[in-house]
Design a protein around this ligand. Structure first.
Ligand SMILES: C[S@@+](CC[C@H](N)C(=O)[O-])C[C@H]1O[C@@H](n2cnc3c(N)ncnc32)[C@H](O)[C@@H]1O
Length: 235
């Protein structure tokens, strides 16, 4: 049985509900709108790609693949290079990805089918690299993120989409230890964004040296989080 069930959100885009966590990958207000705003815009990825800057993104939780699809769509439109690394334990299968139907709102709808047919050939554990175009690569670190995060190169990513399930059900990906490994993978000046503004999470990120802010949210979510790693960060 698949780990995932497809659900419709208010902007017409679809998301996945995890049977393991009994939670959806996005808010019911809109999977597409939330990913565009919280992940691509607040992390600075959209602006970097539009300026033509080569960009390295780290995503915690690949889920529906929407973070990658929308980022890759933007990179292709802008003609900018994108290296995207995601940590994931329950990789969705190709039929589920097709059922999500994200191609309907991509400027490069072929990305969805390219990802689906690559997933069909990808083992569900280990590290898998997908080079869809010379300057557009996706690397999945499959398995428990707490172990895989330590294999990431240090001080290497320009942005992080911090997107586990909420701390009450997925607490292992919000500990200071795990977040410390994530922060270590960011280069000085990098941005991190998340839908989660819980006080304990903000304090942990601050203790790890990030400058943390709350920003206006979207739909039912009043606030979301943006953080920056200072240029003079030591870790
Ligand atoms: C909120 S969803 C991610 C949504 C995704 N960013 C998207 O655009 O669809 C959280 C993801 O974290 C993954 N996850 C949760 N705990 C994990 C763990 N210990 N190791 C690896 N992945 C984990 C889940 O399988 C799920 O795909």
């Amino acid at each position: 049985m698949s780990h995932w069930l497809v659900e419709e959100t208010s902007d017409g885009s679809r998301t996945l509900r995890s049977r393991r966590f009994a939670q959806c990958c996005h808010s019911s207000s809109g999977a597409r709108a939330e990913t565009l705003y919280v992940s691509l815009e607040l992390s600075g990825v959209c602006a970097r790609l539009r300026a033509g800057a080569a960009t390295r993104v780290l995503e915690i939780g690949f889920g529906t693949g929407l973070g990658w699809l929308l980022s890759a769509d933007e990179a292709l439109s802008a003609g900018a290079a994108l290296e995207f690394v995601a940590l994931e334990r329950d990789l969705l299968d190709a039929p589920t990805l097709r059922e999500l139907g994200s191609a309907a709102y991509l400027r490069h709808p072929e990305l969805e089918e390219a990802l689906a047919s690559w997933i069909e050939r990808t083992p569900s554990m280990g590290t898998a690299r997908f080079e869809i175009a010379p300057r557009l690569a996706l690397e999945l670190f499959l398995g428990d993120a707490r172990e895989r995060v330590r294999e990431l190169p240090r001080a290497s990513f320009d942005a992080c989409y911090l997107d586990p399930f909420s701390p009450d059900v997925n607490s292992e990906l919000w500990t200071e230890e795990f977040l410390g490994d994530v922060v270590a993978a960011l280069r000085p000046g990098a941005m991190l964004s998340s839908y989660c503004v819980q006080g304990a999470v903000r304090r942990r990120l601050q203790a790890l040296g990030l400058r943390v802010e709350k920003c206006p949210g979207l739909g039912k979510k009043r606030e979301v989080l943006v953080a920056r790693k200072p240029m003079d960060a030591s870790r």
